[in-house]
Design a protein around this ligand. Structure first.
Ligand SMILES: Nc1nc2c(ncn2[C@@H]2O[C@H](COP(=O)(O)OP(=O)(O)O)[C@@H](O)[C@H]2O)c(=O)[nH]1
Ligand SMILES: [Mg+2]
Length: 227
């Protein structure tokens, strides 16, 4: 009996180890500001894997970046939209770049400035070889916005790898959240056969943090294996 029990326990322990190895989390141990750049050609050229975050202004981008990095004010959370107009690079764990991109869609902006934004963002996203994935933030509280859908369609056409991150999920009841997400999905399915991967997040409830970090970690592991 004792032998059977000990086999049982050993066996289980092995499983537990296996399980915890699989579930191992990426910890954000170190974040360093690497610089702000006006164009892709000026961005770091060390080839480290890169993840860009973008969305309409006020979507909750700074809050999400602060949540992911567990830094209170890494990306300046601001109530005045449209402040940052550069490609902001942060090196995480010395391994990968988190890139905070200036948002789109704020009203008080000149045509010239908007064009400048387009050139910078489109240049960066379409030329950047080390970009592994763009995270497109979409406010889960509101119906699909034309600008978001247009931007996502553009990424699809350019074949830039991206995922969608729904933000501020804490402000909604589960059924409202589902309805809004459904609407966005339907809008995308008008143009595409497949939906991109999606994450549901809340900077208030900390939802989605682990999933996004695990997703990044998975890509990083493959990236460093092949190099
Ligand atoms: N309830 C709630 N509010 C949020 C969340 N994320 C951001 N906000 C609020 O939304 C506003 C804009 O957030 P911010 O991160 O500055 O957006 P950004 O302009 O995209 O960088 C701020 O007032 C935040 O406090 C969230 O997950 N839940
Ligand atoms: Mg911001």
């Amino acid at each position: 009996m004792q032998q059977i029990l000990s086999i049982f326990f050993n066996h289980n322990f092995g499983l537990l180890l296996l399980f915890s190895a699989k579930q191992q989390r990426m910890e954000v141990k170190q974040v360093a500001f690497a610089g702000s750049y006006p164009t892709e050609t000026q961005c770091p050229r060390d080839g480290k894997p890169e993840y860009a975050f973008i969305g309409r202004s006020n979507v909750g981008k700074s809050s999400l970046i602060n949540l992911l990095t567990e830094r209170k004010n890494l990306a300046h959370t601001s109530k005045t939209p449209g402040k940052t107009q550069l490609l902001n690079f942060f090196l995480v764990n010395g391994d990968w770049y988190l890139v905070d991109l200036p948002g789109y869609g704020y009203a008080r902006i000149s045509k010239g400035k908007r064009r400048q934004w387009e050139i910078m963002i489109q240049g960066y996203l379409s030329k950047r070889a080390s970009l592994q994935c763009a995270f497109i933030l979409v406010d889960a509280n509101i119906p699909p916005q034309q600008l978001d859908i247009e931007f996502i369609n553009w990424l699809g056409e350019k074949q830039i790898p991206f995922v969608i991150v729904f933000t501020k999920s804490d402000r909604l009841k589960p059924e409202e959240l589902e309805a809004n997400i459904n609407q966005v999905q339907q809008a995308l399915l008008e143009h595409w056969n497949e939906l991109p991967q999606q994450f549901i997040t809340s900077a208030v409830g900390r939802e989605g943090r682990e999933d996004i970090l695990q997703f990044i970690d998975g890509i990083n592991k493959k990236f460093y294996e092949t190099y």
